[in-house]
Design a protein around this ligand. Structure first.
Ligand code: ADP
Ligand code: ASP
Ligand code: MG
Length: 452
C-alpha cells in the first residue's frame, strides 16, 4: 500500500486531474490511497470570502462564492449534483456568518474544509471516468484531532486505529480518494490541520495503514537547493534525511509541511517528493538515516516577512527569571518565536505573526527597551553535522560580506545555521550563498540543474 498526495496545483484543472488519474493508474498495483488538496487556490478564496461575509459585505462574499462554484464545476464537474449541494450548504454558512459578523476558528475550519471535501469527490469521480476502481472516503471519519481549530493536532492512537481497522481493508480492494487538511474532533466537529496540512494528512494516513511509501506530488521536481520563488537556480536534492527535511520545512521550504515527517519517522516510512507535471523525474527521497555528501549543506530555506524584536533589559539587569518573563509575554499572546539570540542583558528574536505585536511591545516595555524591525527575512542553511565541520561560519559570512546580518543563531540543532537579513538583501544573499556552497554539487546527492 502507498499513499499518494496531490497538492492544489496538481488538481487545479480538468487537465491536471486527468494527469493525476494517469499517474495513479500506472501505480494501481501498489494499492494507492490518494490524498488531495483543494483545487488550485480554493482555500485562499474560501478564507477571503468568509472575511467579506463577517465584514458585512454579504453580496461580495456570495458573488465570490458563485465564482468559485463556477470554476469548480467547470474544471471538476458536478459529481451528480453533489458539488452544487455542497456549495449550497456553504452559501448558507456564509449567510450565517454575515449575520453574526464574527469569524471564530471553528467556523473558519467549517468553511475552509469545503475545499478538500469537494475536491476529493471530484477526483474520485474523475478516476472512475478514467476507468479506475475508485471510492471516496470522508477524512473526517478517520483523522481524529484535538479541538485547536485551524491548527488541530491528530489524536494518534484513535486515528491510527480507525485507519488500520476501517480504511486499510477498503484500500486493499479499491483506490481510496480522500481530502487532505481536514479531520474532526471526537465530537464530530470539523477541524483542519493548518495551512499546507494535506502533506501532514498524507503522512498520518501512511503511518496509520503502515504504507510502504508516502509520495508527495507537487509542482516542482523535488526539494531544491534553494527556494525557486527566490532564485530559480536550485539543483534537485536526490536524497535527504528526515531531520534535514523537517528543518527546511520549518524554515520556509513550503514544498513540505513541517509536521509531515513526524508520523513517517515513527514508522520509518520513506517520503518522496515528486512532480505531477514531470512524473518521470525521480524526485527527492526522504529517509531516516543521515545522507553524507561532499557539500556541507543540503539546501537553503528562507522565511520572508518576519519581524525581528530586540529586547534590552532596563531594570532587571542580571536578574534571573528575565528570559522567563520575556517568553511569558509571547506565550500570553500565542505568538511563537522562531530564532533566538541572547547576550547578557539583550535578547533578539524573530516572530512571523504580528497580530499582537503592539500588545507584546507594551507588556515588554514595562522592564525592557524594545525595538522592532519589520520586513526582515530568515535565511536557514541546513545540513547534518554542521556543528562538527570547522570553518563553516567563516565561509558563510565571507560569502555575504556586503550584506548586513542582523542576528545569527547556530548550535541548537547541529543541523542549521540561521541568520536574519533585511528583506531587501534576501535575493542577493541567497545567490551568493548558493554560489559558494552549491556550485559543485555532489552527484550522488544532487542532480545539477541544467544550464539555461
Ligand atoms: P502543493 O500545493 O503541491 O502542496 P506548495 O505550493 O505547498 O505545493 O509547495 C510547492 C512549492 O514550494 C514550490 O512551487 C516552491 O515554490 C516552494 N518551495 C519553497 N522552497 C522550496 C525548495 N527548497 N524546494 C522546492 N520547492 C520549494
Ligand atoms: N488546501 C490547504 C491549504 O491550502 C491544505 C493544503 O493544500 O495542503 O492550506
Ligand atoms: Mg503544500
Amino acid at each position: 500500500m502507498i499513499v499518494m498526495k496531490f497538492g492544489g496545483s496538481s488538481v487545479e484543472s480538468r487537465v491536471a486531474i486527468d494527469r493525476v488519474a494517469t499517474i495513479v493508474a500506472a501505480r494501481a498495483g501498489r494499492h494507492p490511497i490518494v490524498v488531495v488538496s483543494a483545487m488550485g487556490k480554493t482555500t485562499n478564496r474560501l478564507l477571503a470570502l468568509a472575511d467579506h461575509a463577517v465584514r458585512g459585505d454579504r453580496d461580495r462574499a456570495l458573488t465570490a462564492l458563485k465564482e468559485l462554484e463556477q470554476f469548480t464545476i467547470e474544471e471538476g464537474g458536478a459529481v451528480g449534483g453533489a458539488v452544487p449541494a455542497l456549495f449550497q450548504e456553504l452559501a448558507e454558512l456564509v449567510k450565517g456568518l454575515a449575520v453574526l459578523g464574527e469569524l471564530t476558528p471553528r467556523s473558519i475550519d467549517a468553511i475552509s474544509a469545503f475545499g478538500e471535501r469537494i475536491s476529493s469527490l471530484i477526483v474520485a469521480e474523475a478516476f472512475r471516468r478514467n476507468g479506475l476502481d475508485a471510492v471516496h472516503a470522508d477524512s473526517r471519519e478517520y483523522i481524529v484531532t484535538d479541538e485547536r481549530h485551524t491548527q488541530a493536532a491528530p489524536l494518534y492512537p484513535e486515528t491510527y486505529d480507525r485507519l488500520k481497522t476501517k480504511l486499510a481493508p477498503i484500500a486493499s480492494r479499491q483506490i481510496v480518494v480522500m481530502g487532505g487538511f481536514i479531520g474532526s474532533t471526537r465530537a464530530g466537529v470539523t477541524t483542519t490541520l493548518g495551512r499546507g496540512g494535506s502533506d501532514f494528512s498524507a503522512s498520518i494516513i501512511g503511518a496509520g495503514v503502515d504504507a510502504e511509501e508516502i509520495q508527495i506530488w507537487t509542482d516542482v521536481d523535488g526539494m531544491l537547493t534553494c527556494d525557486p520563488r527566490i532564485l530559480p537556480v536550485g539543483h534537485r536534492v536526490r536524497v535527504i534525511s528526515f531531520s534535514e527535511a523537517a528543518e527546511l520545512a520549518y524554515f520556509g521550504a513550503k514544498v513540505l509541511h513541517p509536521s509531515t515527517v513526524l508520523p513517517a519517522i515513527d514508522k520509518n516510512i520513506p517520503v518522496l517528493i515528486l512532480n505531477s507535471r514531470r512524473p518521470e523525474v525521480e524526485g527527492t527521497r526522504i529517509v531516516s538515516q543521515a545522507v553524507p555528501a561532499k557539500n556541507v549543506f543540503k539546501s537553503i530555506a528562507c522565511k520572508l516577512n518576519i519581524t525581528l524584536v530586540h529586547i534590552k533589559s532596563t531594570r532587571m539587569l542580571m536578574a534571573h527569571g528575565y528570559l522567563r518573563r520575556i517568553f511569558e509575554v509571547f506565550d500570553r499572546y500565542q505568538t511563537s518565536v522562531d530564532l533566538l539570540a541572547t547576550s547578557e542583558i539583550s535578547v533578539s528574536l524573530t516572530v512571523d505573526t504580528t497580530q499582537y505585536i503592539d500588545k507584546i511591545i507594551q507588556d515588554l516595555s514595562e522592564y525592557a527597551e524594545v525595538t522592532v524591525e519589520e520586513g526582515s527575512a530568515i535565511i536557514c542553511l541546513v545540513g547534518e553535522n554542521i556543528g562538527m565541520t570547522p570553518g563553516i561560519a567563516g565561509r558563510v559570512f565571507a560569502s555575504i560580506k556586503d550584506v548586513n546580518v542582523r542576528m545569527i543563531s547556530q548550535g541548537a540543532s547541529n543541523l542549521n545555521l540561521s541568520f536574519v537579513v533585511d528583506g531587501g538583501d534576501l535575493r542577493k544573499a541567497v545567490a551568493a550563498l548558493h554560489d559558494e556552497f552549491f556550485s559543485d554539487p555532489d552527484a550522488q546527492v544532487f542532480e545539477r540543474k541544467p544550464a539555461a
